[in-house]
Ligand binder design. Structure first.
Ligand code: AMP
Length: 169
């Protein structure tokens, strides 16, 4: 069901990339509900305290899940966006590197965290997010995605943290 709401957009944002557009899923009341229900069921909510979402589509699904499960939400943002003291992690882009950041006091030492993003491709972004959560004393319990591009083998990079994805391409 969820799969039929994912739109493939060829050559976006550049030639050769098949972009998985989740906006039709967000638009559909039934599709969105099913997606959040399945994400909520994928990892036992009792096993974590907080949800971390990665900018920007990770905010949408992470926040939806947090509201549904009555958990707190922590935004992991691109460099320079967060106003308070931050911890930072670099990750590889196709050309050069970028950074993601989190407030140093966003997760209390020992708190268990579920990390959420819309899509797992090479795994570089989520790998950096896992390091970031550990850097501020959090304990990653699992990662959760709507979509996994299996052929890029991103989940290898996230070991030993369990990886959950609703749809695999
Ligand atoms: P990666 O670090 O390679 O796993 O890339 C993951 C991030 O890039 C996620 O935040 C995705 O939203 C975005 N992304 C990468 N590839 C795609 C794609 N084919 N379609 C949509 N989003 C993508």
């Amino acid at each position: 069901m969820v799969e039929r709401y994912i739109r493939d957009v060829p050559d976006f944002p550049k030639k050769g990339i098949l972009f998985k557009d989740i906006t039709p899923l967000l638009q559909s009341a039934e599709g969105l509900q099913e997606c959040l229900d399945k994400m909520a069921a994928a990892v036992d909510p009792k096993s974590y305290d907080l949800i971390c979402g990665i900018e920007s589509r990770g905010f949408i699904f992470g926040m939806g899940l947090a509201a549904k499960l009555k958990k707190g939400f922590v935004p992991i943002r691109k460099r320079g966006k967060l106003p308070w003291k931050t911890a930072s992690q670099a990750y590889e882009l196709e050309y050069g590197t970028d950074h993601i950041e989190v407030h140093v006091d966003a997760v209390k030492p020992g708190q268990k965290v579920l990390l959420v993003d819309d899509l797992l491709a090479t795994g570089g972004t989520m790998e950096a997010a896992l390091k970031l959560v550990k850097q501020i004393g959090g304990v990653p319990v699992a990662t959760s995605f709507v979509i996994e591009l299996g052929f890029l083998k991103g989940r290898e990079k996230l070991k030993p943290t369990p990886v959950h994805a609703l749809l695999k391409f």
